[in-house]
Ligand binder design. Sequence first.
Ligand SMILES: Cc1ncc(COP(=O)(O)O)c(C=O)c1O
Length: 352
Amino acid sequence: MRVEDIDTPALLVDLDAMESNLKRMAGFFADRTCKLRPHFKNHKSPALAQKQLDFGAIGITCATLREAEILVHHGIKNVLLANEIVSDTKFEILADLSRIASVVVAVDNEKILADMARVQRNRNVHIEVVVDIDIGLNRCGVRPGEPALALAKSAANEGLNVRGIMGYDGQHQSEPPSPERDEQVRKGSKALIDSAALIRAAGLPCSIVSTGGTGTSSLSGIIPGITDIQAGSYLLMDTRYLGLGAPFLRSLTVLATVISTRGAEHAVLDCGVKALSGERGLSALKDVPGAKLAAVHAEHALVEIDPLICQKIEVGRKLEVWVKYSDATVNLHSRMYGVRNGQVEEVFKIEH
Ligand SMILES: Cc1ncc(COP(=O)(O)O)c(C=O)c1O
């Protein structure tokens, strides 16, 4: 199938760019002690997760229990659910998954440990946990040091299988590198490493010390004591990440059809926010100099054209729009067309 024959709106991934990202990140971690545990939410495609594992990732990180279910049901044996879950219903699903795969879940609250342990006993399985530590994002997580140790002890006392700790420094992912930012990233990693040392000194296991994302992978990934990096965006890359110094290529576009024009200065595409997230700002058109998105409605994108630079855009023409925020855009689609040299080579199913 040629790209022009794909019905629109459709999500496309440039295979050359994506494979270059896959190999570049894998190459960075190949000879290091620290490994990659890529985040699933970026692409939600089990086939791409498998490619990441084939290229050396030690497991897959995810954000929801549903994502963990998808991964396990696609045969992935090492999953880190880097987020808190609360409720017996969820603990029961987790317990059932733990029968078939290692699914390590983040915890940050004493209150849920007893419930989790009860479900574990009732289902006769071992639930694996990491203590989630807040290293400055101010989202989930306990404070580093003694509070982290206290929670690890409580989890172990309840009979849960304590695997280690994690802390996501999301506040630094979209900051361009600078001596100040790098210092803060190192500080966050040190807080994790010191917490891990405390936990081990108390006689508890702590083999996982997980952190980082695409923007900090090359920095946290070389700090001794950090075991793995949860980078997600590097694989598909979105234009939000460009210019922040991450050496990856953007690969993700939405293919859209021009459904209406007025004069030489106005065109309308059939991709609104139901196909292209507008959450982090308006996207740019690929390879159409002189034309830009002016607004995105539910099912329409309005294009403003400078007729001095850009020839008239005719109804029926198909255009590609760069994806600004990959996580939120991928989530709107059920498949992603892998494209090379204008041909569809592979279709990746996006699981929900
Ligand atoms: C807990 C956690 N880890 C890792 C990541 C991956 O970050 P990135 O997409 O910047 O690589 C995210 C992204 O939001 C996250 O929430």
